[in-house]
Design a protein around this ligand. Sequence first.
Ligand code: GLN
Length: 198
Amino acid sequence: MNPSREKPLLIGVLSLQGAFREHCRALEKAGAEARQVRRRRELQGLAGLIIPGGESTTIGKLMVSYHLLEPVRELVAAGMPVFGTCAGLVMLARAVVEGDQPLLGLMDIEARRNAFGRQVKSFEADVDVPLLGKELFHGVFIRAPWIESAGAGVEVLAEHSGHAIAARQGNLLVTAFHPELTEDLRLHRLFLKMVRQV
Ligand code: GLN
């Protein structure tokens, strides 16, 4: 792709809380235009949306008070792709194990929060994501969830210690780790490819 010839895609990054600046930076490096989204009107005209890591209970409560849950659900129903990382994975899940918190509930997965244990809050591990090629992806896990169960329509893209940690279903992409905290743009590029194919 020659970015100078193609109009950059406008991607929103939900910026209520969490690692949104890093996602904006990664998107720009991957040749897209990033827009921080806090208000409903800022969803207008987006080709795709990223929900960053942070604290899913906080992001969920803020999405309720900013009246963002329903508009995002409607845009996804109309075909807008969404990429959720870490807390963003939790927000996209249909349900959380042993929990009750506001969710978008768009992806047929059940997420277990802080799944890798209280002792091991954060760790880094090289993850095999066959869809991205042979080179392993350096996964930064910060109190990360895993995908406890997934419906038949969900394609698991990567596992770590026997648990699904990246997946795709239709226009939805999720990772339990934080690709925006590395210099590896392959997942952002994969998301931009999904956006271009809509
Ligand atoms: N533990 C957080 C949650 O469940 C996610 C952590 C993160 O996004 N880095 O919301």
